[in-house]
Design a protein around this ligand. Sequence first.
Ligand code: CA
Length: 226
Amino acid sequence: MANQKKSRDMQGFVVGTILVLVLALGIYGVVSQFTSQNDTTEKIYSIDYKGQPFLGKENAPVKIMEFGDFKCPVCKQFHDTIMPQLKKDYIDTGKVSFYFTNTQVIGPDSLTAGEVGEAVFKQNPQAFWKYYDAVYKNQGNENVQWATPTFLVNLIKKNVPEVDANKVEQDLQKKTYEKQTLADNDKFNATGIGGVPTIMVNGKYIENGLSYADIKAAIEKELKTK
Ligand code: CA
C-alpha cells in the first residue's frame, strides 16, 4: 500500500517535471524568438556627422557619436572612465572615429560651454579636444552656474593656448555660435532620447553608455559586418 502510494507519487513527480520542462522550453522558445526578432530590427538612428568635431580616422569603419553636455556629471564620468579605453583600443587603432554633438540639458550655462566649444572648433578643429578634456576635468557642480564666460575664457588661456581666447570671448559676446549650438541640441532632441550622454555606435543607441563592455560589443558587431 505504502509502496503503491510512493510509486503514484513518483509518477506524479515525473509527469509534473516533464510538464514544467515543456512549459519552460516553450517560454524559452518564445523569448528567444522575440529577442532574435528584436536583434534584426534594431533601430538605426540617422546621425548628422557633418561639421562636428571628431577624433580618429575620418573613414574608420565604425562611427561613434556622443551627444553630451559639458555640465553633465555622467558625461564627465564617460569622459574619465570610458574615453581612455575607447581611444586606446579603437580610435588610435583606426577602427573608430569618435564624434561629439553638444547638447544643453543641464542649465543655461550649458549653452555658454557649448558655444565656447564651437568657437574653439572654428579656430582649430583639433584644439576642440583639448577644450573637451579641460572642461570635463574642471567641471563644477551641476546645480551651480560655473560655466561663465570668464571661467571658460580663463580655462582656454590655460589649457588651449593655440586658440585666441580674446576672439572666443568676442564670439561669446556677439553670440556668433549661439544659433549653431542650439541647432546641435535640436538634433539631439530629434532622437527622442532624453538622457545624456547618449552614445550611438553606427547609429545604434547604447542603453548604458557607461558600460565599456556594451560599447565594445556593439563596435565588434559592427566591425564583423564590414
Ligand atoms: Ca557642433
